[in-house]
Design a protein around this ligand. Sequence first.
Ligand SMILES: Cc1cc2nc3c(=O)[nH]c(=O)nc-3n(C[C@H](O)[C@H](O)[C@H](O)COP(=O)(O)OP(=O)(O)OC[C@H]3O[C@@H](n4cnc5c(N)ncnc54)[C@H](O)[C@@H]3O)c2cc1C
Length: 494
Amino acid sequence: MFFIVLHLPFSKIWLRPPFLAARRSYKLWLLEKTLWSPFSMSTRVAIIGAGPAGLVLAATLAKKSSAFSVKVFEQGADHKAAASYDPNRSYTIDITGHGALAVEALGATELFDEKLIKFKGLRILITGEDHWFDGNGWTGSRGDICKTLLGVIDEAASPNVEVLFDTTAEVLDMMKGTVQTTSKAGERAVHEFDVVVGADGAGSKLRGVMSKLPSFAMSSINMENYSIMLHMDQNTSELDPGLLHIFGTDPFLVAGAINGNGGKSDPLWFCQVGFKGLDKGKWLQEASLKDLKTKLKKSGWPKSTDLLRYVSDKSLQEFQARMPQATGKGKMVSPWSHGRCVLVGDAGAPFPPIGQGVNCGMQGALVLGEALVEGLAPGSGPCEVAVTKAFQAFTEKWKPEADAVTDISALTDVGKFTNPLEVAKTLVLTKIKCGGVQLAKDATVTYQEALAAHKSGVRMLWLFGLPTLVSAGAVMIYLAREVSLAAFGLRLIQ
Ligand SMILES: Cc1cc2nc3c(=O)[nH]c(=O)nc-3n(C[C@H](O)[C@H](O)[C@H](O)COP(=O)(O)OP(=O)(O)OC[C@H]3O[C@@H](n4cnc5c(N)ncnc54)[C@H](O)[C@@H]3O)c2cc1C
């Protein structure tokens, strides 16, 4: 083995080829861990989960400091080897605004431009309007995004950051930062860390451990929203992959492109078919092909759209065989940290998808990374106290933002779109630039400001819309009465 480790009194210098830094075998990592741990002067950070949030945090620590020794444990296979899409759940994610801020802070704009489809905006086919997006943005599947973020970590070539795939991690003691890891082959090991980050997604196990604390509180929302993916498999070269396409509202149809086998120049298209209640899903799945086509054709309000032009009968049949995914569930969790452990991304704030899960998770991870870099700088005091302070700084800055996203998502229930008045309200809010979902994509506005603007937009609509509706109704009744009186008079004359 040709790497050399020098132990110096107050620092640790690791000399080994950078290509070994990012991913090594589990056995080698265990060996190094055993050899080096007692001498380590750097802050040992475990990140559980290599999703977008975990990877942004690892990249932030890799780029901004050499004071950390970071291990990322991911139970799944290496993103670079795994397929970047799964037709059952390959929704198109746009990285815009808050997510793009994280990409820019990591100096990764060029890499994202190179690897992912550039996001240009929304094509709302039901009104025939395009909304162009200013600023940096990209679209891709979660797999595309994770692959690109791994590239950012590779580029940083930090010997202090390692990503271990096929490794499940479990927190045994939150106060001591004790983590048990299990390799795919079943090898187990127990380690201690100064900081343990749960970036383990919506079903977070670390959140489950925290939930046993007496101080733990959690509120949940469940809007009974579901979605099933529909692969668009024909004529898609006519579509612009840089645009998310809104094809319909009942069911809600939003389509977008992700990288295909040939990368971004070979896009694959998926449409997320969203609806409220499993009964509706059952209907969509059990309907005859003819009825399903009629339903999808009529989904567009105010205008019908031509989604079916892009979908073969075979793809519709595959759609009918897929399991619906729950997309209306969210949780608000408090506290986010305990002892040496902290939650980030979906683990701390899972909310129904409104295009912000990845974006909010990425910026949240950046904020956590910066809080750790700042709070655990050399000379920052006793480690436990510094860790607690860094967690507090992160929570104070980011929790109100994540909570605001949950509130925005709760205001935008897909079930409402079965009601033309709700569709009209959303379209008007978008037009007057007060729509929470639209504003959440703008990094110059905080999520809390986007929520406040949405609420005041709705109040304005009530304030001006209600009197207008009442007066229009009164005029209609008056006219109807006059017309019928005139008709009655005419009949009398005749
Ligand atoms: C249908 C649907 C549509 C969506 N659409 C959008 C969208 O348009 N835009 C958007 O921004 N977001 C969207 N989202 C949400 C988005 O996918 C998530 O918000 C995002 O992936 C969260 O990132 P994360 O890193 O926090 O968690 P995850 O992406 O869930 O990553 C967590 C990782 O932790 C790993 N892990 C879990 N437990 C362990 C363990 N014990 N040990 C080791 N590893 C572990 C998992 O394997 C996983 O890789 C959508 C979600 C759904 C379901």
